[in-house]
Structure formats: structure tokens, C-alpha cells
Design a protein around this ligand. Structure first.
Ligand SMILES: *[C@@H]1O[C@H](CO)[C@@H](O)[C@H](O)[C@H]1NC(C)=O
Ligand SMILES: *[C@@H]1O[C@H](CO)[C@@H](O)[C@H](O)[C@H]1NC(C)=O
Length: 382
């Protein structure tokens, strides 16, 4: 048998022998390399889409938690992001309770930058039908740790309707991009664009609610938690960039329980190392490691007084809540601003015995009504 094959091989021309040898070598190579290609391929395999009812646990060997940002979201190694809160949406329209009307506008279709606009009952003319005075303009940034919530969630829709009715302002609630899909500075960039879009439209249009009803001489920037962090950083940026589009200026900023943090504890801030490490890790997650925990974006106390003084607005209001981890830094921020030599007015509003942004979570709480009255008064007074 073997000698028969040998004889047949010997009778083959030289080029055929060489081709046969090459074929055998290639086969050997394939056998050696096959497992190398197969193993990593198996590990990279796409996971089947998780069913919506149960997308929080492990659905496969690869779907392990990469970052646990409970109670906001969990991100998995597969890249899947599961938001635990702030995912409901309500449509714009006429709010029965307040008579406030809202509508949605797209500011930039490429990035998805959008906003929900609010106008008080009768376009705000009922308050002062004779003079038809224009309304203060409010740009509002929602909170949610830069990772959850939206201008379109029930929580913010209800709050904006109440605030707009009480303050008599035309408001723009900004739908900015969220981390981790869009880490910082995406939210800051969107917020800056939206603010300049408002300034331009309140001046010359074409958006009629802003052009016809907005008084750009009374422009306010507000937000809660992460949104308050944004509001502060917008006023700082306006100071560093010489104002807004068309030379518009911010009258005041309103920071509701601002999300500020830093490396070293300030005042009576927690010294619990595990907790501080967690806050540092979540900030790093939000900005994908781009900014440290002492960056002025998250820690305004790290801003030199000479920089803080450039804040471009006439007044700042800060609210703090007694059971909030961020209370101490909110207070220290107000003090730092006063001490910096900045020539604006600083107002601080405190609520004892309540948690971070309690006024959004429990709008019927009498303390929430009081806080809302403070916010509305701040926006509507001359
Ligand atoms: C996962 O979701 C199910 C309901 O779909 C719930 O009962 C369970 O507690 C959740 N597990 C975790 C770890 O959140
Ligand atoms: C706009 O606001 C300024 C500053 O409060 C005020 O003096 C002015 O009368 C307002 N303009 C209108 C048309 O309401």
C-alpha cells in the first residue's frame, strides 16, 4: 500500500510534488491556527438582546456588571446600559392644573439636542394685559447625575409646569446628551449650545414664544443636582468667553441642591472613605476619566478667586437640603463666591431634614411648595 503510493508520487512531475507539499503545509497551519481564531471569537460573541422585563441580571457568561451606579443605572461588560429610573416620557401639551402650555423643539438634529418650551397661561399676558410686559426667560437643566432623566420625564414636566405658572416665565427645559453613551463634556457642550440658541431666539427668533414673549434682559439659568452643576458652569463659561450669542447676558443662576464634590471633605462633609471613593468613581464614570475629582467642573472650590470673580451674572441662588451629602459643598460654594470679591448677590436657601432634591420627588410636601415659592420669587423679582 505505502510502496504503491510512493511509486505513484515518484511518477508525478516535480511541480505537482511541490504543490502537494504546499497543500499539506497549509493544512497543518490551518489545524494549528484554528483554535486561536475560534476561542477569542467565542468570547467576543454578541449577546442576545435582553428581554425588557428582565434586563438587570446576568443573561449570559459575558454579561457581568462593569459599573454599578445604583440606583441610577448599571452598565455591563457587554456595553449594555440598564437605566433603573427616569426613563418614562410624557408628551408636551396644555397642563390642566396650571394652564401652562408646552411644546418640543429640536435644536440640533445631528446630536439630538432638543428642548421642551413652556409658556404660562394666555402667553403670560393675563397677568398684565395692559402693558403686555415681556416675560423673564428661564433655561433649565434637569438633574439625574448626568446619566438618567430627561426634559420629557413626568418628574421634570410637572416641576416645570408648576415653576412656570408660579414665576410667570417662558422656560426652555434642555434635553442634553447623557453619559455613559456620551460622557462629559457632551452635556456641557449641548447645554452651552442650547443656552446660546435661546439667547439668539429671544433676541431675533425665529422661535415665536421666545421672540414675542421673552425679555432677554431677564435671562435666568437654573437646574437641580447635575443640572445645577451645569448652570454654574454655563455662567463660568459665559464669563470666560465674553458673554452669550448676540451679546446677551445672564441675569441670575439658580442652583437647586447642586451636585458638586471634591477630594478633601469640606465643612461637615462625610469622611467615610468608601463613600468618597464611590463619589469619585461615579464622577470618573460620568466623564470617562477625563476630569479629576478636583477639577473646577465638579469642585468649584478648586477655582481660584480670580477665576470665580469672572462668573457672568448679577446674582446666584443656592439651595441646600439637610440630609443631602452635597449640602456642605453647596454652602461652601456660596461662601467662596461671597469671599471671592465677585460683585454679584449670593442667596442661600436651606431646608432642614430633607433629602437631595426632595422637592422633585415629593412635590406635595409643604416644604416643596415653600421651595417652589422661593425659586419662583427669585425668577420673577426685578
Ligand atoms: C431584576 O429584575 C427582576 C424583575 O424583572 C427583579 O425581581 C429583581 O429583583 C431584579 N434583580 C436585581 C438584582 O435588581
Ligand atoms: C425687560 O426687562 C427689563 C429689566 O427688568 C425691564 O426694564 C423692561 O421693561 C422689560 N421689557 C419689557 C418689554 O417688558
Amino acid at each position: 500500500m505505502v510502496s504503491k503510493i510512493k511509486r505513484q508520487l515518484a511518477s508525478l512531475p516535480l511541480f505537482a510534488k511541490a504543490a502537494l507539499l504546499l497543500l499539506i503545509l497549509l493544512l497543518l497551519l490551518a489545524v494549528i491556527l484554528l483554535p486561536i481564531f475560534l476561542i477569542p471569537h467565542h468570547h467576543r460573541a454578541e449577546l442576545p438582546p435582553a428581554s425588557p422585563g428582565n434586563n438587570n441580571g446576568s443573561t449570559g457568561p459575558d454579561d457581568v456588571v462593569a459599573f454599578d451606579f445604583s440606583p441610577f443605572l448599571v452598565m455591563y461588560k457587554s456595553g449594555r446600559v440598564h437605566r433603573m429610573d427616569g426613563t418614562d416620557r410624557v408628551p408636551a401639551g396644555v397642563d390642566e392644573a396650571t394652564g401652562v402650555t408646552s411644546k418640543d423643539v429640536v435644536i440640533d438634529g445631528k446630536t439630538g439636542l432638543a428642548a421642551r418650551l413652556y409658556l404660562p397661561r394666555g402667553g403670560g399676558k393675563e397677568e398684565d394685559p395692559v402693558s403686555g410686559a415681556l416675560l423673564p426667560v428661564l433655561v433649565f437643566y434637569h438633574g439625574g447625575a448626568f446619566v438618567i432623566e430627561s426634559a420629557f420625564t413626568p418628574k421634570y414636566h410637572v416641576y416645570l409646569n408648576s415653576l412656570v405658572a408660579k414665576a410667570g416665565v417662558v422656560a426652555v427645559s434642555v434635553e442634553y446628551r447623557l453619559a455613559p453613551e456620551h460622557p462629559l463634556p457632551a452635556a456641557y457642550e449641548d447645554s452651552w449650545r442650547a443656552l446660546n440658541w435661546v439667547a439668539k431666539n429671544a433676541d431675533a427668533g425665529p422661535e415665536p414664544w421666545l421672540r414675542d414673549r421673552g425679555n432677554l434682559s431677564r435671562l435666568f439659568v437654573a437646574g437641580d443636582s447635575a443640572g445645577a452643576n451645569i448652570a454654574h458652569n454655563m455662567a463660568m463659561r459665559a464669563g470666560n468667553e465674553g458673554g452669550l450669542a448676540g451679546g446677551a447676558a445672564i441675569t441670575g443662576i439658580l442652583l437647586l441642591d447642586p451636585y458638586f464634590w471634591g477630594k478633601k471633605p469640606v465643612g461637615a462633609e462625610t469622611t467615610d472613605q468608601a463613600k468618597r471613593r464611590q463619589y469619585e468613581a461615579t464622577w470618573s464614570f460620568i466623564c470617562d476619566g477625563k476630569y479629576g475629582i478636583d477639577d473646577p467642573l465638579i469642585d468649584p472650590l478648586a477655582t481660584p478667586a480670580s477665576e470665580l470673580r469672572k462668573m457672568a451674572c448679577a446674582r446666584v441662588a443656592v439651595t441646600v437640603s439637610g440630609l443631602d451629602d452635597f449640602e456642605e459643598r453647596g454652602k461652601a460654594y456660596a461662601a467662596a463666591l461671597r469671599d471671592s470679591g465677585w460683585d454679584g448677590e449670593v442667596v442661600q436657601y436651606e431646608t432642614a431634614g430633607e433629602r437631595h432634591v426632595y422637592f422633585l420627588d415629593a412635590p406635595k410636601n409643604p416644604k416643596s411648595a415653600k421651595e417652589l415659592a422661593f425659586a419662583a420669587g427669585y425668577l420673577s423679582r426685578e
